[in-house]
Design a protein around this ligand. Structure first.
Ligand SMILES: Cc1cc2nc3c(=O)[nH]c(=O)nc-3n(C[C@H](O)[C@H](O)[C@H](O)COP(=O)(O)OP(=O)(O)OC[C@H]3O[C@@H](n4cnc5c(N)ncnc54)[C@H](O)[C@@H]3O)c2cc1C
Length: 339
């Protein structure tokens, strides 16, 4: 494009509009400056099924730990399908790292006493934070509740408080900015969230979403309904767009058209896919931060890179001591000779 055609384009817009756009851009921090101070993060992992998976999780936790998360959590298969694996992963993280580890817990398909044993094991293993969930009924069952079981997540929260209040347990619960697919209505879903918090939960963590406006509107509705507890947005960096699309349709998360356009044809271009994913997640977090959001929960899928990149753009990075480069072998030999 010639300099002349550029001028023509500029001149065809209103000067006021251009000045206003320039001012807006100038107010927007560049990625080199943290968007705001005081950003806090937490990370979600899933329990590995194999030794290789366990090594992957250990590496993921190792790489993300220097970011100083408030907590990390490990998911739990509804109906106890991953109960042992979750317990192993939680215990290992609690034992081998200095991370504050939260265990997820679902109540569907289990009696109160079975659920109680899991809670007791968590507490005995030093876990003092539970992400309390109903869980999804097994395939083919409409409801999944069993006789002698908890009715729903609010009932579970009340049960944990009754059993372990003296242990100073922290409880987080799930929230759904786009409404849980089985909820009778958005209002009923919001009432249910309030019920869980009133039963003793400390905070809510949301299902992942990609439309930032949807979260902001949800937050507004929650505050208007008298919910004062923290509601932490769940951020899903897109590690694999095809998988996320499948998963989203099951959990009621909308994937906007612009994302389909953006990722179209990238299945066979993993590096480009990752770069686009990092940009999308960072942009989503920056927009939320611009609206005052200071806490973010990342669904890491046990892959640290996209989460670490997004955190860094938000201004969350390892403390200076963790950033020091390890000495190379020749440097180490030289220092040992000198000393
Ligand atoms: C942060 C987060 C972490 C999660 N971690 C896990 C995990 O580790 N393991 C796992 O299995 N799942 C997990 N889930 C998914 C969760 O178990 C499902 O979304 C489940 O369907 C609802 O759980 P809840 O605790 O929100 O349920 P509730 O608070 O009891 O219900 C939420 C809403 O769904 C409606 N609802 C749910 N089930 C039914 C039903 N059977 N009939 C009628 N209405 C229903 C309720 O009326 C309400 O509106 C997680 C979700 C979130 C947001």
């Amino acid at each position: 494009m010639s300099a002349n055609s550029n001028n023509t384009n500029l001149n065809s817009g209103s000067v006021d509009g251009i000045v206003e756009a320039g001012e807006r851009l100038a107010r927007r921090p560049w990625p080199t400056t943290p968007i705001r101070s005081g950003i806090e993060v937490s990370f979600e992992f899933f329990p590995p099924a194999t030794d290789t998976g366990a090594a992957t999780l250990a590496r993921c936790a190792d790489e993300l730990a220097p970011l100083g998360p408030n907590f990390v959590s490990v998911t739990y298969g509804a109906g106890g399908t991953t109960q042992d694996r979750t317990h192993q992963a939680v215990s290992r993280l609690a034992r081998e790292t200095e991370l504050n580890v939260a265990g997820h817990l679902t109540c569907v398909g289990a009696t109160k006493s079975q659920v109680g044993e899991v809670i007791d094991d968590y507490v005995a293993g030093g876990v003092s934070h539970i992400v309390a969930l109903r869980g999804d009924a097994p395939e083919g069952q409409t409801d999944g509740t069993v006789s002698g079981g908890y009715a729903d997540a609010a009932d579970l929260v009340a049960g944990i408080r009754r059993r372990h209040d003296a242990d100073g347990i922290e409880i987080s619960v799930g929230a759904y900015p786009e409404t849980h697919p089985k909820a009778a209505s958005p209002q009923a879903d919001l009432d249910n969230l309030k019920k869980k918090l009133d039963a003793g939960a400390d905070r809510a963590i949301t299902q992942f979403f990609f439309d930032t406006e949807v979260f902001l509107r949800f937050l507004e509705r929650a505050r208007a309904a008298g919910i004062t507890a923290p509601i932490i947005p769940g951020i899903m960096p897109v590690t694999n767009f095809a998988n996320i699309t499948r998963f989203s349709s099951r959990c009621g998360t909308d994937i906007p058209d612009w994302m389909h356009d953006l990722f179209a044809g990238l299945d066979d271009a993993p590096e480009v896919h990752q770069l686009v994913s990092a940009t999308v997640a960072a942009e989503q977090c920056r927009r939320l931060a611009e609206h005052g959001v200071t806490n973010f929960h990342f669904y890491t899928m046990n892959k640290p890179e996209l989460t670490a990149a997004t955190c860094r753009i938000l201004g969350v990075k390892p403390a200076a001591k963790d950033l020091a480069k390890p000495e190379s072998a020749p440097q180490l030999q030289q220092r040992q000779r000198v000393s």
